[in-house]
Design a binder for this molecule. Structure first.
Ligand code: F6P
Length: 345
């Protein structure tokens, strides 16, 4: 069997671990894995690389993707779908494993359902916002990076009696913010899923300081809105321009919140934006394991001829689910907010 493997959308730690695991499983069983460069663009333009033992060796610990990635969408490109279909037929691909986020999974499903292309999905993203799976790989690494940052902010916050704000990614969900807040021992968190006004947050910080704690760490998700007791709400954007998917380019809520909190609490405040640092670098051991399981499951699906499916984590098991299980954005489980709140104020 000849199986194409591609990575699409934004990168995240663990992509190479999936490529490596799927390739090794396919090779072990006598099949031929082929890397498709720059996502679906590499399939449409027939830009390939071999994925033999040598090519995937020593990649489990590498962040990014050895295949490069892009947001190429065959449904939006001139003759994109035709190019993809003829590449699959002419080159003799028996299956295409697409590793990507929500958009890639939707595209992968459509290519299977509407165009008959034998696709299989693997969900990735640091945001953990893909429905159909409990956790995506890449998320654990991003949270770990955010927690390292909080640990460092703690010592300097304490020394200067300051309020420290850490802005993290997550797009329109608060998964990274909430998990990092709990694991880092933060004193407040602002996420897109729940309205918390500047006045409420400021009151909670003042209460904490009145109890003799002279510093506070606040984690804010980039997609959270600045909300006020008056009912006014403001979404802060990095720029008016949208990204390649038409999403607003988020960023800047940390600085806006910092100004408001400094004014309302009277405490000196500093802001750190973690940015793409949380998307790069070495995957954690957990993400390497999860990515490896995903890769092997995807290869097994390819070998079994089970197309239109996605490898997914349900509880502690990596299982096969229909790509149609990916429907919209998975918002944060608010049970974790209850846990975080135990330590605020
Ligand atoms: O989806 C992953 C993510 O890192 C989001 O958390 C963030 O909002 C976005 O991508 C940033 O995208 P870009 O790399 O295009 O700036």
């Amino acid at each position: 069997m000849k199986v194409g493997i591609l990575t699409a959308g934004g990168d995240c730690p663990g992509l190479n671990a999936v490529i490596r695991a799927a390739s090794r499983k396919l090779l072990n069983d006598g099949h031929e894995p082929v890397g498709l460069l720059r996502g679906f663009e590499g399939l449409a333009d027939r830009d390939f690389m071999p994925l033999g033992r040598r090519e995937v060796a020593g990649t489990i610990q590498l962040g990014g993707t050895i295949l490069s990635t892009s947001s190429y969408n065959p449904f939006r490109e001139p003759n994109g779908v035709e190019k993809v279909k003829s590449a699959v037929a002419d080159e003799g691909f028996d299956a295409i494993i697409a590793i990507g986020g929500e958009h890639t999974m939707m595209m992968t499903r459509r290519l299977h359902e509407d165009e008959g292309i034998p696709t299989i999905g693997v969900p990735k993203t640091i945001d953990n916002d893909v429905t159909g799976t409990d956790f995506t790989f890449g998320f654990n690494t991003a949270v770990q990076t955010a927690v390292f940052a909080i640990d460092r902010l703690h010592t300097t916050a304490q020394s200067h009696n300051r309020v420290m704000i850490l802005e993290v990614m997550g797009r329109n969900t608060g998964w990274i913010a909430l998990f990092a807040a709990i694991a880092g021992g933060a004193d407040g968190v602002l996420i897109p899923e729940v309205d918390l006004t500047v006045e409420e947050l400021s009151e909670s910080i003042k209460q904490r300081h009145a109890k003799g704690f002279n510093f506070s760490i606040i984690v804010v998700a980039e997609g959270a809105e600045l909300a006020f007791a008056s009912g006014e709400k403001r979404q802060v954007l990095a720029t008016e321009a949208t990204d390649q998917y038409g999403y607003p380019r988020l960023g800047g809520i940390g600085a806006a919140l910092g100004e408001e909190l400094e004014r309302s609490t009277g405490f000196e405040t500093r802001v750190t934006v973690l940015g793409h640092v949380q998307r790069g670098g070495t995957p954690t051991a957990y993400d390497r394991l999860l990515a490896t399981e995903y890769g092997i499951k995807a290869a097994e699906l390819a070998i079994a001829g089970e197309h239109g499916r996605m490898a997914a984590l349900r509880g502690t098991q990596v299982v096969s689910v229909p790509l149609s299980d990916v429907t919209g954005v998975k918002t944060v489980d608010l049970h974790y907010l209850e846990i975080a709140r135990t330590f605020f104020g």
